[in-house]
Design a protein around this ligand. Structure first.
Ligand SMILES: [Zn+2]
Length: 158
C-alpha cells in the first residue's frame, strides 16, 4: 500500500484475509470497500477499511462472540450486557439487510459502515472454531446470552 500503515501490516499474514477468496461464502462481504484488508486472529477479525471521505483508515476488531450475536440478529450490546463487548455499537442497515459496527474514521471521525453478512459471519465463526479460537465453553456461554437477549427482544416486539 502506497501510504502504508505499518502498525497494521504487522498483523497481516500471508494467509488470505477474511474477505479474501480462499474462504467460501465471504465474497459478498464488504464489497463496497475495494481495498479492505482483513485478517482473522485468535482475538477476532481485524479489518482495515479506507474512509470514503478522506481515505484515512478505520481499524476495527470484531470479536467472535459479536459475530455469534449478529448471526441471530441480536446487537452484541444487548447480548453481552455487563461485559466489555457491550461497549461495541452495532446497527442494522435495512437497505442492505446486514449489520455493521459503528466505527469512526481515525482521521476525519466520520462514521464508516462495514457491513457484515450472515454468510460471512458464519464462515468466520467456522474458521475460528476450526482453529480453536472459540472454545466450546465460551461458545456455549455466548449462545445462552444471545438466545436470552433474542427472547427479550421478541418480548419487547423488536
Ligand atoms: Zn475519513
Amino acid at each position: 500500500m502506497a501510504n502504508g500503515h505499518d502498525d497494521f501490516s504487522d498483523i497481516l499474514e500471508s494467509q488470505a484475509g477474511i474477505f479474501g477468496s480462499s474462504e467460501q461464502g465471504l465474497e459478498p462481504a464488504l464489497k463496497q470497500f475495494e481495498t479492505t484488508r482483513s485478517v482473522a486472529t485468535r482475538e477476532g477479525v481485524v479489518t482495515e477499511i479506507p474512509c470514503r471521505d478522506c481515505g484515512g483508515p478505520a481499524i476495527i476488531t470484531i470479536e467472535y462472540p459479536e459475530l455469534m450475536a449478529i448471526m441471530q440478529n441480536v446487537p452484541p450490546a444487548e447480548a453481552y450486557q455487563g461485559t466489555s463487548l457491550a461497549q461495541s455499537e452495532w446497527r442494522f442497515s435495512k437497505t442492505h439487510g446486514q449489520w455493521y459496527p459503528v466505527v469512526p474514521c481515525l482521521r476525519c471521525r466520520k462514521p464508516i459502515q462495514p457491513l457484515v453478512s450472515h454468510e460471512e459471519a458464519a464462515a468466520l465463526l467456522g474458521k475460528a472454531k476450526r482453529n480453536g479460537w472459540l472454545p466450546p465453553q465460551l461458545e456455549q456461554q455466548c449462545h445462552q446470552r444471545v438466545m436470552a437477549a433474542g427472547m427479550r427482544r421478541q418480548a419487547a416486539g423488536r
